[in-house]
Write a protein that binds this ligand. Structure first.
Ligand SMILES: Cc1ncc(COP(=O)(O)O)c(C=O)c1O
Length: 393
């Protein structure tokens, strides 16, 4: 077998993430690698923390990217805040709430599950009831934007309820950061994690996190040692913390961090509110096209994520056939359903730089052509015009 350099195909990424990485981010990552304790790199780290505070809308001192993907950000929150014997309420309305439960149990806590149907937002009344029924609860955890279903939950209200019962909150913002309104300080979120590869349009592998003073106090006051060396924030802060003295903790992923820095600079240039509005505008155009095709959304309108559009397959259509045709003939990736939703839905991402009119029209045209070619029960030829009309509004 002869092996030579790898040249990936040029795709358009409109699945659940990673999303298309902006050329400015890729260019930033191609710059020369410097030492992770180089003063120039340390100065860049300080800017990075400032940029992340803007993205999260927080003044939290402990705000930084974990050197690993979103799952490690999740793990950072749970491993530092959960202690053996703790009761943690986990709101589950899709795949990622299930992972939170795993985290709680692996760190010795008891997970009390508050379940909502996949495709629904988390029901604040159910959280209220669960807190009344479990007065010893220390932490409430939920996913702001459920990537597996496209449902957005009301983080502000859920945090308010948790605080009324004296609980800390852990919020998954992997898919929400940059795509929908998220205000960490105003909403009082205690611990939050995200991912670099969704609405920030960076490469996968970094997880921005932020912790409130209250969460930091809880971590400092632990009765037991954090059971992970790599993710122990007490140690990580020696590297990412304020001040000139940075102690070696691990070798930071230098070039990916250049990329995240550039992605966050771009977010600040655009402005958060503008980014949220752009995601919504492109979603509304996609929605017009999807509905003109005769397809329906999984999530009810009020709870829909603009950056993750879960659409029900037309009757008699094979999921894999359509996605393969889109990939092979159009170099277009859309996502499949997960778990119970596998084979029943598609997940069309409009995340970060990929949330633009060109992609919306391209995706609708390709989907229309593939479905019509297969003889699927759709309204051929109407989708692109409907999206154009939505943009003209
Ligand atoms: C809501 C949510 N949480 C957590 C994760 C895990 O992130 P990662 O795949 O970067 O580890 C994802 C990834 O898709 C996600 O969508």
């Amino acid at each position: 077998m002869s092996i030579s350099s790898f040249h990936p195909p040029k795709r358009t990424l409109m699945g659940p993430g990673p999303s298309d990485v902006h050329p400015r981010v890729l260019a930033a990552m191609a710059q020369p690698t410097i030492g992770h304790l180089d003063p120039a790199f340390v100065a860049m780290m300080d800017e990075m923390k400032e940029l992340l505070r803007y993205a999260f809308q927080t003044n939290n001192t402990l705000t930084m990217p974990v050197s690993a993907p979103g799952s490690a950000g999740m793990e950072t929150c749970f491993v530092n805040l959960v202690e053996p014997g703790d009761t943690v309420i986990v709101c589950r309305n899709g795949v990622f709430g299930g992972r939170m439960k795993e985290n709680v149990e692996r760190y010795g806590g008891t997970a009390v599950m508050v379940d909502d149907a996949w495709g629904s937002a988390v029901d604040p009344n159910k959280l209220s009831d669960a807190l009344k029924a479990n007065p010893k609860t220390r932490i409430v955890a939920f996913v702001h934007a459920e990537t597996s279903t496209g449902a957005l939950s009301d983080a502000k209200t859920l945090v308010e309820i948790a605080h009324r019962h004296g609980c800390l909150t852990i919020v998954d913002a992997v898919t929400s950061l940059g795509g929908v309104p998220l205000r960490v300080d105003e909403w009082g979120i205690d611990a939050i994690y995200s991912g670099s590869q969704k609405c920030l349009s960076c490469t996968p592998g970094l997880s921005p996190v932020s912790f409130s003073e209250r969460a930091v106090e809880a971590i400092k006051g632990r009765k037991t040692r954090v059971p992970s060396w790599f993710l122990d924030l007490n140690l990580v802060m020696g590297y990412w913390g304020a001040g000139a003295k940075r102690a070696y903790h691990h070798t930071a992923p230098i070039n990916p961090l250049y990329g995240l820095h550039e992605a966050l600079v771009m977010l600040r240039e655009e402005g958060l509110e503008n980014s949220w509005a752009r995601h919504r505008r492109n979603h509304l155009a996609l929605r017009a096209g999807i509905e003109a095709l005769g397809l329906t959304f999984v999530v009810k309108e009020a709870d829909r994520l603009p950056q993750l559009n879960a659409v029900t397959l037309p009757a008699g259509v094979d999921d894999a056939t359509v996605r393969s045709a889109l990939l092979n003939e159009y170099n277009l990736e859309i996502g499949a359903g997960l778990g119970d939703m596998a084979g029943k839905i598609w997940r069309i991402g409009l995340m970060g730089a990929a949330s633009n009119p060109t992609n919306v029209l391209f995706c609708l045209g390709a989907l229309d052509a593939v479905l019509s070619g297969l003889g699927a029960p759709v309204q051929s030829g109407a989708a692109v015009a409907a999206a154009r009309a939505a943009y003209a509004l």
